[in-house]
Design a protein around this ligand. Structure first.
Ligand SMILES: Nc1nc2c(c(=O)[nH]1)N[C@H]1C(S)=C(S)[C@@H](COP(=O)(O)OP(=O)(O)OC[C@H]3O[C@@H](n4cnc5c(=O)[nH]c(N)nc54)[C@H](O)[C@@H]3O)O[C@H]1N2
Ligand SMILES: Nc1nc2c(c(=O)[nH]1)N[C@H]1C(S)=C(S)[C@@H](COP(=O)(O)OP(=O)(O)OC[C@H]3O[C@@H](n4cnc5c(=O)[nH]c(N)nc54)[C@H](O)[C@@H]3O)O[C@H]1N2
Ligand code: SF4
Ligand SMILES: [Mo]
Length: 699
């Protein structure tokens, strides 16, 4: 095959919801075609490396199944019967139906719904401008960060940490509850540099032998939802063996006799019972981080998708505060830099246009909300119309049976703006075709490093696709919203947001493609104190203060929370009927439900599978490659069994969000996950489900 001729190579940014936010070099073959996509060599965090699914992006941009024209449903809901219509007819109908529903049921009956298909702020968050100006129901964002962020802020007082490029300067990198080889490959780039150049030790903490753990010097496989117990036992050992930095704690933390007394009972024997780790493993880990000043704690999201996720994050974060690792280059902790951008998005999201004080509906509870759960609806009326952009709740949201039942309601007017005919789009009344990142302008942030990047439109959009921004503005104009913010182009919104935020002018930013928001190292490692009024890190969190900082809404009685960093035993209990714990960890080839439509990723992942320990399989008479059914009170899902050592008995791992239809029976893995909001401020507990498993009747 001839090598394609590259017209030019342009800078861009990966738009997907992955902490790495890679800077990209994209080969342009002609004004509507891309070739290879590579990681930018000159970006210090990307450092020339990207994941294989984005390297194959041409598959996605030029996919034959891309939506290219607006469509209107012609058959029953979910029948897949649609007919093309014009944009004008589509937008007129949406505006008319929204207006009619608002007149009959009030503005709160309309719930715009979005998430992170693109992480460009203009295209992602502009829907909030329409929402605010109309007084539609608000969205409480919990699905991804609902437990992780509060847990981190509870310790440090803000969401930010040591520049992750410094992992390369560490002597011990602790990769905790993130499968970085799958989910943010660049963590491995910098970690492996530390190993190669400094002989750094790599610790990986997960609930099964992941691809990341395969690279570790010390791999700790614990039982799901027990990280808090590991963390407090480590602190117990640090104090007992004289490895705690008492001087640091005295100056920088709220450490005191009550906390010390609390830790006295948290012995490694106690934690071994809970975690399934051995006393020797726990001790080895404690001694390693206790004797390695430059220990870098890279705390992921995975271990927080448990009912006790917020307190687990806080407990893990307490370890470097006790060893004083924050004081040393290459040491400290990092979860996300999302608290460091200082962006003024008021015009983009329409905060000054806010009409009334509409209810906040929790996005993770979309299933209960659409099926009439009064508590989830905040005792208000039903949702009668939705416009969905940038997310695929019929696949990604918990309690899928309720989600799909709700979205399929005949009395719900559903508009879905999408790139593909997703499971959610299939249930729509009107489907609108969306552009991809190389076809519109936006700026991007993600928590995984220090830069804000700009990604311009570089190819012609296919068919009649329109950007999220254009759709929101077109609807606003039909709904008689006259604020000038609904008349700006995406590029103007980027420029205006940068101006308001005191960033360099867009013309300047375009030259390099980024704004570096790196903070001085001393600030990033809290050398002048943590972000609480008394400047002290908190081993004893003030959760109300966390709620006040971020506008979090309580989902439990504050008195329920443990007083200090602790193991909080509130996970979904296993019982005789549901003896297994299921986690739905990320697949390498998919990104949530994105890429599960591309041939390369489908080939890599194969059919939906579940990992089961050889002893469990033998006991249940399950052979490798057989069909199994997994079930609980929420429903059942069919997958293929894969017998694997490297996970605890009693634990099942189903990697990735395959298309629902890839499962025999058509029910996706989120049929089994719970929509019940995590404590204390909501969030989805994707890795915390009690289930049964059995060989399927029909093989
Ligand atoms: N390839 C790929 N990349 C992705 C994604 C994807 O789906 N696929 N998703 C993207 C998104 S939206 C996000 S937010 C990030 C998330 O990326 P991560 O921070 O990596 O979080 P998770 O993907 O939820 O899970 C990470 C790991 O946590 C483990 N885990 C689950 N429960 C526990 C526990 O109780 N304790 C411990 N120690 N570990 C546990 C899981 O087994 C899994 O291996 O990744 C992004 N990148
Ligand atoms: N079982 C289980 N479920 C999970 C998780 C898990 O670990 N396990 N992880 C959860 C996490 S961390 C997250 S963040 C959520 C994410 O859930 P989602 O935000 O729904 O993420 P995706 O599945 O990637 O779906 C994004 C959709 O947006 C579309 N899209 C992309 N760009 C654009 C655009 O510019 N315009 C429009 N209109 N559409 C666009 C894509 O085609 C895709 O269908 O999933 C959650 N669900
Ligand atoms: S998905 Fe993550 S690792 Fe892959 S290119 Fe995008 S930002 Fe980089
Ligand atoms: Mo996420």
């Amino acid at each position: 095959m001839n090598k394609p001729v590259v017209l030019r190579t342009v800078h861009s940014v990966c738009p997907h919801d992955c902490p790495s936010a890679c800077a990209l070099d994209v080969d342009i073959l002609d004004d509507r075609t891309i070739g290879r996509v590579r990681g930018a060599q000159d970006d210090p965090y990307t450092a020339g490396v990207i994941c294989e699914k984005v390297a194959r992006y041409a598959e996605r941009v030029h996919h034959p199944d891309r939506l290219t024209q607006p469509m209107r449903r012609t058959g029953p809901k979910g029948s897949g019967q649609f007919a093309p219509i014009s944009w004008d007819d589509a937008l007129d109908e949406i505006a008319a139906r929204f207006s009619q529903i608002e007149a009959e049921h009030g503005a709160e009956a309309i719930w715009p719904y979005y998430y992170a298909g693109t992480m460009g702020h203009v295209q992602r968050d502009g829907i909030d401008r329409l929402r605010a100006a109309k007084g539609y129901s608000r969205q409480y964002d919990t699905i991804c960060t609902g437990t992780a962020w509060p847990g981190y802020i509870a310790g440090t007082g803000m969401l930010g940490g040591v520049n992750p490029e410094q992992m390369a300067e560490s002597d011990c990198v602790v990769i905790w509850g993130t499968n970085a080889v799958h989910t943010q490959v660049n963590v491995m780039t910098h970690t492996m540099r530390a190993r190669k150049e400094r002989g750094a030790k790599v610790v990986v903490i997960d609930i099964y032998q992941t691809a990341t753990m395969a690279q570790a010097d010390l791999g700790l496989i614990l039982r799901p939802g027990t990280d808090g117990a590991l963390a407090v036992a480590v602190m117990h050992i640090l104090l007992l063996d004289g490895l705690a930095d008492r001087e640091y704690m005295e100056k920088y933390t709220d450490f005191g006799p009550d906390f010390e007394a609390h830790l006295a009972g948290k012995t490694p024997q106690w934690a071994a019972e809970i975690t399934g780790l051995t006393v020797a493993e726990i001790t080895e880990f404690a001694h390693l981080v206790g004797t390695t000043p430059r220990s870098y704690f890279r705390l992921g999201y995975g271990f927080t998708r448990q009912r006790n996720g917020a307190t687990a994050m806080h407990a893990a974060l307490c370890i470097p505060a006790m060893t004083g690792a924050w004081q040393h280059r290459g040491g400290g902790a990092f979860h996300s830099n999302s608290g460091t951008w200082a962006l003024d998005k008021s015009r983009l999201t329409g905060t000054t246009l806010q009409k009334g004080e509409p209810r906040w509906l929790d996005m993770s509870e979309i299933g209960p909300i659409l099926t009439g759960d009064a508590r989830a609806l905040k005792q208000g009326g039903p949702v009668k119309a939705m416009i969905v952009q940038n997310t695929n709740p019929a696949s990604v949201a918990p309690e899928q049976t309720l989600v799909r039942h709700g979205l399929a309601r005949e009395d719900l007017f559903l508009v879905v703006h999408e790139q593909f005919m997703t499971e959610t789009a299939e249930l729509a009344d009107i489907v609108l075709p969306a552009t991809m990142f190389l076809e519109h302008n936006d700026y991007y942030t993600r928590g995984g490093h220090t830069r804000v990047l700009y990604g311009p439109a570089v190819i012609t959009r296919p068919g009649e696709t329109r950007s999220n921004h254009e759709v929101i503005n077109a609807l606003a104009s039909r709904l008689a919203l006259t604020d000038p913010s609904f008349g700006a182009t995406d590029r103007e919104v980027v420029a205006d947001t940068f101006r308001r935020s005191g960033y360099p002018a867009l013309e300047e930013v375009e030259k390099t493609g980024f704004v570096d928001r790196e903070r001085p190292d001393a600030v990033a490692r809290f050398a002048n104190g943590f972000a609480w009024p008394d400047s002290r890190f908190r081993f004893e969190p003030d959760w109300q203060a966390v709620a006040d900082k971020k506008g979090y809404l309580w989902t439990c009685d504050p008195a329920e929370l443990p007083r200090f960093a602790d193991h909080w035993a509130i996970n979904e209990p296993t019982d005789a009927e549901h003896p297994f714990r299921l986690a739905t960890s990320p697949a390498r080839g998919f990104l949530n439900s994105t890429f599960n439509e591309t041939p390369g990723s489908q080939k890599r992942e194969g059919p939906p599978a579940v990992f089961i320990h050889p002893e469990d399989a033998a006991r249940l008479g399950i052979d490798d490659g057989q069909f199994v059914t997994i079930g609980n009170r929420r429903g059942t899902v069919d997958l293929t069994a894969r017998i694997r050592p490297g996970l605890p008995t009693g634990v099942l791992i189903a990697e990735g969000l395959h298309q629902n239809r890839a499962h025999r029976g058509g029910r996706g893995i989120n049929t089994l996950t719970s929509a019940s909001p995590a404590k204390p401020f909501g969030g989805a507990t994707f890795h915390d489900a009690a289930v049964w498993i059995s060989k399927a009747d029909i093989q």
